[in-house]
Design a binder for this molecule. Structure first.
Ligand SMILES: Cc1cc2nc3c(=O)[nH]c(=O)nc-3n(C[C@H](O)[C@H](O)[C@H](O)COP(=O)(O)OP(=O)(O)OC[C@H]3O[C@@H](n4cnc5c(N)ncnc54)[C@H](O)[C@@H]3O)c2cc1C
Length: 252
């Protein structure tokens, strides 16, 4: 059974209505480590996700001087689960996920960058690209009153639009401030994107920290989206994390 993680995000429609340049996050799994040789009779150029998922178990097999290629995939996936239970986690480093993460705030990007081990990224640069009217607003998931939420988003929206318009003013040919300098005016709400690659072991660690109810809302929502993308193709590596209900919020 695949467990989908959902985040409590009650005011998404209000953001779309009220907020200047509102952008919502997106996650795309662009690549994942795959076999370069044929196993189980599969053609080298056709690599199913099931075979990728078996990589940790296949790697671990060498401990016993065994090549496990002749085992059914299901057994290899079970061996993955056993490795996780035993905390024998190095074989999980043999799979790397490459995500394109878009529509996150600079604040969320800064939190993501705090994770250092088994991963790397390249980010959009506002030194080289013009600021666009694209901003990420807080989820305000602690606000319960629908009457309150619109005016709050209104204040955010007005401040962000003002900053954006002043940026445009600085960038106009008459004043001609460089992008690298003008960006100092832009709030952390600015939408950014990154190519982010991370191995399966580090990704489990990221989920352990960022799917918790104590994690900040935006990165927790992102962690949920990443989790759903990862578990869809390599369930045996992640399902124990999603099985704990504390990671799941009620849907608004
Ligand atoms: C709820 C929450 C609140 C937070 N609040 C703040 C905050 O207020 N301020 C703030 O600055 N940060 C904050 N952080 C960030 C946090 O301190 C970590 O920097 C971040 O979660 C990355 O975790 P990590 O170091 O385990 O990850 P990674 O850097 O990916 O490291 C993975 C693991 O490798 C090992 N490791 C990595 N580097 C070393 C090392 N130098 N020495 C020994 N072992 C190492 C550790 O076992 C570590 O868990 C917060 C994080 C969370 C989840």
């Amino acid at each position: 059974m695949i467990i989908n993680v959902t985040s409590y995000d009650p005011w998404k429609k209000v953001r779309a209505e009220v907020c200047f340049g509102n952008v919502e996050p997106s996650v795309q799994l662009q690549a994942i480590t795959s076999h370069a040789v044929s196993i189980h009779g599969a053609l080298p150029e056709y690599v199913a996700f099931g075979l990728t998922e078996a990589l940790p178990a296949l790697s671990a097999g060498i401990s016993y001087d065994k090549i496990a290629n002749n085992k059914p995939l299901m057994d290899l996936h079970k061996l993955n689960e056993k490795l996780i239970r035993l905390n024998h986690l190095t074989p999980l480093e043999s799979i790397q996920f490459n995500f394109l993460v878009s529509g996150i705030s600079k604040a969320c990007g800064a939190q993501l960058s705090r994770h250092r081990i088994g991963q790397g990224h390249v980010s959009l640069s506002r030194r080289y690209t013009q600021q666009k009217p694209e901003f990420v607003y807080p989820m305000l998931d602690s606000v319960t009153d629908p009457e309150q939420v619109k005016p709050i988003y209104g204040v955010f929206s007005a401040g962000i639009q003002d900053a954006y318009e002043r940026y445009q003013q600085l960038r106009c040919p008459v004043i001609g401030v460089q992008k690298a300098d003008a960006r100092y005016l832009i709030p952390v709400a600015t939408s950014t994107s990154r190519h982010w690659w991370i191995n399966a072991r580090a990704l489990r660690d990221f989920f352990r920290l960022r799917l918790q109810p104590t994690a900040e809302s935006e990165i927790r929502r992102l962690a949920g989206m990443l989790y759903n993308a990862a578990i869809a193709i390599t369930p045996s590596l992640f399902k124990d994390i999603g099985l704990t209900s504390e990671h799941n919020d009620k849907v608004a």
